[in-house]
Ligand binder design. Structure first.
Ligand SMILES: C[S@@+](CC[C@H](N)C(=O)[O-])C[C@H]1O[C@@H](n2cnc3c(N)ncnc32)[C@H](O)[C@@H]1O
Length: 262
């Protein structure tokens, strides 16, 4: 991947682009008057563009940039801060001080909500296998300013890991997270999910396996939570108790691990 700045950039964006290139061992090029298309053609690679306020990646094979933006989580976060409910926080029964392992970070909307709910005494770790999404989410969480301090703090507190979730789970001790969470790509297209459409092209698509769920059962001290399409066969396949939400196509499934006796 090539790193450059946006066409118009300030000193901060330039330094940030160079810093990202160094930290991720990527190649930095000065933008000069080149278009992203010209950079792609010259270097035959994906291009990460660091702007003054945002960051995007345009893949070699595609012209639509993928951007980090906390828009979706911001709406949910504002509701939470107004003491309204959030479906994930409710399904996982998230409380301050709890630990939450997000096995499918994507652009981290759910992780942000979890982090906001578990607070500074809790811990959220988020795993992502796609390097493009990992980089965008990690850098976005670290630097995006929402103008809401609690939300910024919640974003900064998330630990992000670029790894396959099964490999990560395998190395964790028993009961090391209260909640282990999966939000796999839906089998069926969810047309009203803006964030999902945006990232579909760059996601790692791996079918959730029994081995992964078995590892999650060992790692989760309280619950495994699955977010999926209401018609998904995964709820039944893996033994999740499906929580029916009449007004949404997205349902949550729960496997409790806090009272399992073998
Ligand atoms: C539907 S998206 C998650 C969206 C996320 N919950 C959010 O709020 O933005 C699923 C994500 O899981 C990632 N993924 C799929 N299989 C994975 C695996 N085995 N390990 C780690 N990440 C994986 C995909 O690359 C994708 O980004």
């Amino acid at each position: 991947m090539i790193v450059t700045t946006s066409g118009r950039y300030n000193e901060h964006a330039l330094q940030k682009a160079k810093d990202i290139a160094m930290r991720y061992k990527l190649y930095f090029v000065m933008r000069k008057k080149l278009s992203v298309k010209e950079i792609k053609e010259r270097y035959i690679d994906d291009v990460l563009v660091v702007g003054n306020d945002e960051m995007s990646i345009t893949r070699l094979s595609d012209n639509d940039p993928v951007k980090y933006h906390p828009n979706f989580s911001m709406v949910r976060a504002k509701r939470l801060l107004n003491n309204d409910n959030d479906a994930l926080a409710d399904a996982a029964e998230l409380k301050p001080g709890m630990s939450f392992l997000d096995c499918t970070m994507g652009l981290a909307a759910d992780s942000v909500i979890a982090s906001l709910t578990v607070g500074t005494s809790g811990q959220v770790t988020a795993l992502e296998q796609s390097f493009i999404l990992y980089l965008l989410a990690k850098e976005g969480l670290a630097s995006y300013d929402t103008n809401i301090k609690m939300l910024n703090d919640a974003m900064r507190a998330i630990e992000t890991v670029h790894q396959n979730h099964t490999d990560y789970l395998e190395k964790l001790p028993d009961n090391s997270f209260d909640i282990v969470y999966f939000d796999p790509m839906f089998d069926e297209e969810i047309n009203d999910s803006q964030s999902l459409r945006l990232i579909t092209e760059v996601t790692h698509t791996e079918i959730l396996s029994q081995k992964t769920i078995d590892e999650a059962k060992r790692v989760a001290a309280k619950k495994i939570v699955l977010k999926d399409h209401f018609r998904s066969s995964r709820f039944e396949q893996f033994g999740f108790m499906q929580q029916v939400r009449k007004t949404s196509k997205v349902h949550y499934g729960i496997i409790r691990t806090d009272f399992e006796v073998d």
